[in-house]
Design a protein around this ligand. Structure first.
Ligand code: NAD
Length: 509
């Protein structure tokens, strides 16, 4: 077994410093507190990110508040033009953004480019903001009375985001928020913060006025300052379930609108009639892509009847072909995990599953590349049962579990009994069964012969149960609703016939 390495740490003075972005400028933090940022492929600390004080969060909120008055009056056509420029500038720099992601998150460059592409789709959707903000109009609701609805921005809104999609998840939030006329304070993950500052610079280049988009870095202190700030109207959160619950409860208690997306344990049901080769390809890419650090990763296959032996064999055959290494190398398909601690935690699940009775078909600890990087190879655990920790917990690493059940009904029961309800998938050739699955399964996003059913930008993304606190999904139409509030106007104008000016109507006075 490969010994799991401890990363060398550079001297503090050699490290890059990552500071806040407030009011269109870099603002160095004054808390004296910072967090380490690693290059996970090298196992090396490369930067230190400033952790904000409540006063620094307040400064960002004030910048956003000051910018709001003007930004909300920018016409829809001008905002649309700015969004087209944002799209062009980010597109032009998509590889630069992706390189930040690979350097600090570890995902392979092709995955990082895919992340930016999916984020850009949300921006493209927001280019249609005049259409998306159209209200309704009822003429002559009563005699001489018209009623119409308009949607208006909330003011200053905030986003708190996870490490696993450091560019795309913030785009899910800031793009619709800004398009709707709000100003934004982003508190990104402290593990891979650089992409957020880089995007802030690109937004400035695209013509977004200073103060409309701000970034404060930090930990719980910054998050609590956001949640308690009286001038923040709404908070969007994506991250783990315990923090999502905390953010939802704390933010709503402070009177804010909150959408908080949590963790996941996505099951992929494979029926005996499925195309097993197709299902195996899907399971491999969805389980090990981005080293399993995706909230839409398939972490658990539920194999029905005799699908199990064939599927486990087909997945096993594919595993040796997955090249693990530094994500900047062109032929590498899976990078490292984000931190050493996380890698060790994931590795412990493999041992735990063995002790609790699972068959360890492939042990990623044995196939991790040499070096100081936070690497694990891919793992496949067969005969995982619902009592095992590897089944119950979100592992968030390149570990795929297989649970064997006798019938379709057993499979659906497992999915529905799981406390998470982010995404799920079914592989079958039977349309009737697939339709029944879509009808009765308790998850927010369902794939039919599709392993990672991340909705396209013109639908909304979100799970059920412990995968979402609040009632609004992110981006798409629900994102537009989240970042606006409705106003209904009932209007009556004096009868023109009563006008003092003779306009040609028959005069009544
Ligand atoms: P995390 O919950 O540790 O961190 C998310 C954010 O919360 C970060 O900005 C972090 O600084 C902040 N935070 C962490 N601890 C905090 C605390 N005690 N108090 C206040 N704020 C705190 O999540 P992560 O490890 O960065 O990301 C991985 C998790 O995110 C996984 O559980 C994954 O499933 C989930 N995720 C969910 C979705 C989804 O759409 N449902 C998408 C991506 C990731």
């Amino acid at each position: 077994m490969t010994e799991l390495a401890t990363p060398p740490v550079q001297q503090e003075q050699e490290l890059k410093r990552i500071s806040h972005w407030i009011g269109g400028h870099t603002v160095e933090g004054e808390s004296g507190r910072s967090g380490p940022v690693y290059n996970p492929a090298l196992g090396l600390q490369t930067a230190a990110v400033d952790f904000a004080t409540p006063e620094e969060v307040d400064r960002a909120v004030q910048a956003a508040k000051d910018a709001f008055a003007a930004w909300r009056t920018v016409s829809l056509s001008k905002r649309t033009a700015i969004f087209f420029r944002i799209r062009d500038v980010l597109d032009e720099h998509r590889e630069d953004i992706a390189r930040f992601l690979t350097a600090e998150h570890g995902k392979v460059l092709s995955d990082a480019l895919g992340e930016v592409a999916r984020g850009l789709e949300v921006i493209e959707y927001c280019c249609g903001i005049p259409e998306l903000l159209k209200g309704e109009f009822s003429e002559q609701a009563s005699t001489g009375i018209d009623v119409y609805s308009i949607r208006q921005p909330l003011g200053v809104v905030a986003g708190i985001t996870p490490f696993n999609f450091p560019a795309m998840v913030p785009m899910w939030m800031w793009a619709p928020a800004l398009a709707c006329g709000n100003t934004f304070v982003l508190k990104p993950s402290e593990k891979d913060p650089s992409a957020s500052n880089y995007v802030a610079e690109l937004l400035q280049e695209a013509g977004v006025p200073d103060g409309v988009f701000n970034v404060v870095h930090g930990d719980k202190v910054a998050v609590d300052s956001v949640l308690g700030h009286p001038d923040i109207a709404a908070v969007s959160f994506v991250g783990s379930t315990p923090i999502a619950r905390y953010v939802y409860e704390t933010g709503t208690k402070a009177g804010k609108r909150v959408q908080a997306l949590g963790g996941a344990k996505n099951h992929m049901v494979v029926l005996p009639d499925a195309d097993i080769e197709m299902a195996a390809d899907a399971a491999v890419s969805a389980a090990y892509g981005s080293a399993g650090e995706r909230c839409m990763a398939i972490s658990q296959v539920v194999a029905v009847g005799d699908a199990a032996d064939r599927l486990v064999q087909a997945v096993r055959e594919r595993l040796p072909k997955i090249k693990v290494g530094n994500g900047l190398e062109p032929d590498v398909e899976m990078g490292p995990l984000v931190t050493r601690e996380h890698r060790d935690k994931v590795a412990a699940y493999i041992e735990g599953a063995r002790e609790q009775g699972a068959d360890v078909v492939a042990d990623g600890r044995e196939t991790a590349p040499d070096g100081d990087g936070f690497f694990l190879g891919v793992s496949l655990l067969d005969r995982v049962t619902p009592e095992m920790d590897a089944y119950r917990d979100e592992i968030f690493g390149p570990v795929l579990g297989v649970t064997r059940v006798a019938t379709y009904k057993d499979a659906v029961r497992l999915v529905n009994e799981n406390p998470f309800g982010n995404g799920t998938a079914i592989f079958t050739r039977d349309g009737g069964v697939a339709r029944q699955f879509q009808f009765e399964v308790q998850a927010g996003m369902v794939g039919i012969n599709v392993p990672i059913p991340v909705p396209v930008a013109y639908y909304s993304f979100g799970g059920w149960k412990n995968s979402l606190f609040g009632d609004t999904h992110v981006y798409g139409p629900e994102g537009i609703n989240f970042y606006t509030r409705g106003k209904v106007v009932t209007s009556r104008w004096p009868d023109p016939a009563t006008s003092k000016v003779d306009l040609g109507f028959p005069q009544t006075r």
